[in-house]
Design a protein around this ligand. Structure first.
Ligand code: S3P
Length: 180
């Protein structure tokens, strides 16, 4: 990439179902960078699934494992797919501020629900199916919007393929660097 800070890590933020992991994979492949998926990292360290961590230690237990992973994120040459709630706490946002450029993958609640499907590995959506799931995603999105809006780059992903989203991010980053 151009000038400025060319190797700053790229942090993908946004709701469950916004495409952070799949877009992260595409971006990491294109750049030849490492992909860090914080949920997978947490599972590896805990030795159990996210759902099991929530069952065993509650959301607070999950959030403290998550914070430890955020503290150790590489500042350069990594694409990071963050969990949907990672940027909600002020402390986490402070930690993440120095970790790279933040990109918000935005989408409507209906889109998020269709991408998440009825799969069970989203403990915050447990017990919410069909229209109730869309409503829950909508409530969470409203609560989190002020945190997501702090990202330097926002990309709407509703009607875009994974590769279109990756292209848009790379274009936007390049034009940001040209302005540095
Ligand atoms: C969460 C999102 C999940 C995972 C955990 C909590 C959230 O990650 O970190 O279930 O608070 O929105 P994804 O956004 O990758 O689904």
């Amino acid at each position: 990439m151009g000038t400025g800070q060319p190797d700053r890590s790229i942090l993908l933020v946004g709701m469950m179902g916004s495409g952070k992991s799949v877009v992260g994979r595409a971006l990491a492949d294109r750049l030849g960078w490492e992909l860090v998926d914080t949920d997978r990292e947490i599972e590896q360290r805990a030795g159990v699934s996210i759902s099991e961590i929530f069952r065993r230690d509650g959301e607070d237990g999950f959030r403290s494992l998550e914070r430890r992973v955020l503290e150790e994120l590489p500042r350069e040459r990594a694409v990071v797919a963050l969990g949907g709630g990672a940027v909600v706490s002020d402390r986490n946002r402070e930690i993440l501020a120095s970790k790279g450029v933040h990109v918000w993958l935005d989408a409507r609640p209906e889109t998020l629900a269709s991408r998440v499907g009825e799969g069970r590995d989203r403990p915050l959506l447990d017990g919410h199916a069909g229209p109730a799931r869309i409503r829950e995603l909508s409530v969470l999105l409203q609560e989190r919007r002020p945190a997501y809006e702090q990202a330097e780059i926002r990309v709407n992903t509703d009607d875009c393929s994974i590769h279109e989203v990756a292209d848009t991010i790379l274009d936007r980053l390049e034009s940001q660097e040209e302005r540095v």
